[in-house]
Design a protein around this ligand. Structure first.
Ligand code: ZN
Ligand code: ZN
Ligand code: ZN
Length: 141
């Protein structure tokens, strides 16, 4: 928690009670809360907070690398970033189920091509979309 707050501070952002509450909610929720889930949790200590504010905070936390924002057609979900555990996600386009996948498709060829253009890569996001096992086999609950 304090480490996450210090990343914000280093980048010049204030540690507001809201930001602290959003990070706490993310840590408590564990895997893949939606903005709505975060809102409900933050509301316990900050009853006046709006969904817009939650989105703004989540976007900021994603920008500074504290949160992984996973794009899903039914609405984005979030995961707190574990330092040293870079990974990607499988997202089911039928039911929205999301799983972590410890493989990174980015290789040196991308970095070299970018360098040729004078571009320094500082990060990337990537999601795999498809049909999960249960949706594929008709095992839907
Ligand atoms: Zn599915
Ligand atoms: Zn993950
Ligand atoms: Zn990667």
């Amino acid at each position: 928690m304090e480490k996450k707050l210090s990343i914000l501070r280093e980048k010049g952002y204030k540690i507001t009670p809201q930001r602290r509450a959003v990070i706490t909610a993310l840590e408590e929720f564990g895997k893949f809360p939606t903005a709505q889930n975060i809102l409900e949790s933050v509301k316990k200590t900050q009853p006046d907070v709006s969904l817009d504010t939650i989105y703004r905070n989540l976007t900021l936390l994603a920008e500074v690398g504290i949160v992984h924002e996973i794009h899903r057609h039914t609405g984005n979900i979030y995961e707190i970033v574990t330092p040293g555990h870079h990974h990607h996600h499988l997202v089911c386009t039928e039911c929205g189920r999301t799983e972590c996948l410890d493989i990174c498709p980015v290789n040196d060829a991308y970095v070299r091509e970018a360098e040729k253009k004078g571009f320094q890569i500082t990060g990337h996001t990537f999601e795999f979309y498809g049909i999960c096992h249960d949706c594929n086999t008709g095992n839907k609950k």
